[in-house]
Design a protein around this ligand. Structure first.
Ligand SMILES: Cc1cc2nc3c(=O)[nH]c(=O)nc-3n(C[C@H](O)[C@H](O)[C@H](O)COP(=O)(O)OP(=O)(O)OC[C@H]3O[C@@H](n4cnc5c(N)ncnc54)[C@H](O)[C@@H]3O)c2cc1C
Length: 398
């Protein structure tokens, strides 16, 4: 039988390593399994940047969670040799006037109610402060200074070092192939080389791979690939702070969002849409029409980038949950198994709190957010839920 207070974690992304660190600090023996290297090149966490924002429509839980996460991001920034979290602020614009019920309006209203400093922007103010925008297309929105972007891949590298320093054992190159169980509970995993590993609990935190490793979850969790492009900017001044900050362009209707340009004139832009569903180990081929789709958007919204050369593109996998909320709980039908995933394209920002959320779930300790991320039967998602659930504002249709 497995040792008590031992845990196996499947997956060394932001969920898995955050959990490993927290559980180790609570005195657990922790073994992490990952194909490696960490950061795993095909993983969602492995990227140059992710948005940190607390703008979540009318969803107070995510705003409260992010208010707390920002405190930790700030303290991590002070601890790092150089800052990896860049507080540029966030410009979130709409074509039309923000109306009650819209993602933007509800975010703005809740931010103000919580005492955050947000500045309403009309097209005149947008043009004056952020001149790269085509202000003729965007009439209403706001600027939230408490937001920005973080170098997610580099943060994961740091967490990996921290976890090793604390005594987490990593089994790189060993892939989960199946759960081991007795009649009454899960007691470990078998890896693809046939080895058996035992622990009191198994946490599967393998992001987009989770519903494929645990097919019984495929009705509530699934993999969706989303397109990301990097373009080369001709004019760094126009696309860097204070003239340009992390942004969203009528996102609830269009899915467009992106970042400031970085050192090598690299401008990252992504579209949060219906995406494509396939297995995360299949070849990732960007559909041929995507470059023109991105370019058409740039021509309209940031005309200076109309002819910008493409530097890179990538299909990045979300592990969507059916309602767009994270999924962190014991599997009610498989004692000993905890599932920690359901990022739905928006969870990296919560990395400083994921370990505590996952460890509290495992130890069945009360946590104010536990019920939101708890095991739940698949339900019908309303338009209202969909507007605010998940990703960068819009999960409808997925
Ligand atoms: C296009 C895109 C944009 C995003 N933008 C944002 C954003 O702006 N802000 C934000 O907060 N979040 C964003 N996210 C979401 C963020 O990337 C995720 O919340 C986060 O990275 C998920 O981490 P994870 O640990 O669940 O998964 P991953 O980082 O994918 O890690 C999964 C791990 O499981 C491992 N694994 C796979 N198979 C096995 C196996 N058989 N055995 C063992 N291990 C295995 C992999 O090697 C990998 O290391 C975005 C995601 C995408 C795709």
């Amino acid at each position: 039988m497995p040792n008590t207070r031992s845990v196996i974690i499947v997956g060394g992304g932001s969920f898995g390593i955050s959990a490993a660190i927290e559980l180790r600090q609570r005195g657990w023996e922790v073994d992490v399994f990952d194909p490696g290297p960490i950061p795993y090149p095909l993983a969602a966490t492995t990227d140059i940047s992710k948005v940190l924002r607390m703008d979540y429509g009318a969803d107070q839980d995510y705003m409260f969670l992010m208010e707390q996460a920002f405190e930790v991001w700030d303290s991590w920034n002070r601890a790092w040799r150089e800052p990896l979290w860049h507080e540029t602020g966030f410009v979130i614009m709409k074509h039309e006037e923000m109306q009650p019920g819209s993602f933007e309006f509800e975010s703005y209203r809740l931010l103000k109610k919580r005492g955050h400093t947000v500045e309403r922007l009309d097209s005149v103010e947008l043009k004056r402060r952020f001149p790269a925008w085509n202000a003729e297309l965007y009439n209403d929105g706001y600027f939230n200074p408490r937001a920005g972007w973080v170098e997610s891949g580099r943060v994961l590298e740091w967490l990996y070092v921290e976890a090793q320093r604390l005594g987490v054992r990593f089994h790189i190159g060993k892939k989960f192939s199946r759960l081991l169980d007795t009649d009454s509970r899960v007691i470990g995993i078998q890896t693809d080389d046939g080895e058996k590993h035992h622990a009191e609990f198994v946490i599967v935190a393998s992001g987009a791979w989770t519903p494929h490793l645990l097919p019984h979850l495929s009705d509530i969790l699934w993999t969706v690939f989303q397109p990301v492009f990097h373009f080369q900017v001709p004019d760094m001044e126009l696309f860097t702070p204070p003239n340009f900050v992390v942004w969203a362009a009528d996102i609830a209707n269009t899915g467009w969002y992106g970042f400031t340009a970085i050192q090598d004139n690299r401008f990252k832009i992504a579209n949060h849409g219906s995406g494509w569903r396939f297995h995360p180990d299949e070849p990732r081929v960007m559909p041929a029409d995507q470059e023109e789709k991105f370019r058409a958007f740039l021509r309209g919204t940031f005309p200076a980038l109309a002819d910008a050369p493409v530097l890179f593109n990538r299909l990045c996998p979300y592990c969507d949950s059916w309602d767009g909320n994270l999924w962190i709980d014991h599997d009610p039908d498989r004692p000993g198994l905890i599932v920690a995933t359901g990022d739905s394209g928006h969870a990296f920002k919560f990395t400083p709190l994921l370990g505590k959320l996952i460890a509290d779930a495992l130890e069945r300790k009360p946590n104010p957010f536990a019920s939101k991320f708890a095991w739940r039967p698949r339900g019908k998602i309303t338009t209202e839920d969909a507007r605010f659930a998940g990703s960068q504002g819009e999960a409808a249709g997925r």
